[in-house]
Design a protein around this ligand. Structure first.
Ligand code: ADP
Ligand code: MG
Length: 270
């Protein structure tokens, strides 16, 4: 858990009254959502399936277009940014898509640097550094194919690939959803360390696991039916849930609940 970043930091992503309804449904996937994410924060977005998390994330890199409102990346409207260039600038880890099965680990990690025309030596060095960063033996795995790796190892490569071109912002959509509990804990700890080690990188991670959200997020955004119920540091959510829905989400913790209360310093009542 890193300290809650100062609001003096530049705003990395801002949503102003952003709404989205998919044409094929009458569901309001996002309903007038506003928030600021500061550079260097680790944000965890948590909510039930269908609450709008993926929609929110895909709007940040222009994969989903807004109906209304304004989205800014470091103060610049997304309307004025080329979505393809924007996506190359942002890291993206997705649960379902995973790695390109016909490419080696090295090639998988090098996808964006290649698109950006980095020279061969620079790419090779970057791949080595990233494999070190995510704790994979480079001599063993550089030339391996994804199917030769375990699920957890593949997710490590996914994180390495997302960080390859040194993005300021890295988006992660349930990156550890498909791995077992032990591996998941391991990956969570690695990711925290990576974030801390990289300094000013902004990480935005979706999870449906409130424990994961509390563990990883400097701030946790609780989403429900296209609305943000609460966006606050974990300890504030634990001690002062915004409403009964947030409280309900916390009840899922049950066993861990007491530990979380102890983990966080209570906020003195004003
Ligand atoms: N491509 C799509 N077309 C139509 N409806 C969609 C599409 N993607 C998502 N939705 C709907 O938008 C809502 C939010 O979905 P999503 O953002 O994927 O939520 P989450 O990631 O929290 O599960 C859901 O009701 C979902 O069915
Ligand atoms: Mg989703």
């Amino acid at each position: 858990m890193t300290a809650y970043k100062s609001k003096d930091a530049p705003v990395a992503i801002e949503f102003k009254d952003v709404s989205k309804a998919y044409a094929s449904t009458d569901v309001q996937a996002l309903d007038q959502v506003s928030f600021k994410i500061y550079e260097g924060e680790f944000i965890a977005i948590v909510g039930a399936s269908g609450s709008g998390k993926t929609t929110l994330l895909k709007m940040m890199n222009g994969l989903v277009k807004k109906d209304q409102g304004e989205i800014e990346y470091f103060g610049e409207s997304l309307d004025n940014l080329d979505p393809i260039l924007l996506r190359r600038k942002m890291g993206y880890v997705v649960q379902e898509i995973g790695l390109f099965s016909h490419m080696t680990i090295e090639e998988n990690i090098a996808v964006v640097p290649k698109l950006l025309n980095w020279d061969k030596e620079k790419i090779a060095k970057r791949v080595d550094d990233l494999l070190d960063l995510v704790h994979l033996d480079k001599n063993k795995y550089r030339k391996a194919y994804p199917k030769e790796l375990s699920g957890g190892q593949q997710q490590r490569v996914g994180v390495a690939r997302a960080l390859a071109a040194d993005p300021k912002v890295c988006l992660m959509d349930e990156p550890f959803g498909a791995v077992d509990a032990m591996t998941r804990q391991d990956l969570q700890m690695s990711l925290l360390k990576i974030h801390q080690g990289l300094g000013k990188k902004t990480f935005i991670l979706i999870t449906h696991d409130i424990n994961e959200a509390l563990l990883l997020g400097d701030r946790v955004m609780v989403v429900d039916q296209g609305k943000i119920l609460q966006f606050a540091p974990g300890r504030e959510i634990v001690h002062h849930p915004a409403d009964e829905k947030v409280e309900g989400l916390l009840q899922v913790l049950k066993i861990q609940w007491k530990q979380w209360k102890e983990f966080y310093e209570p906020i003195p009542e004003k």
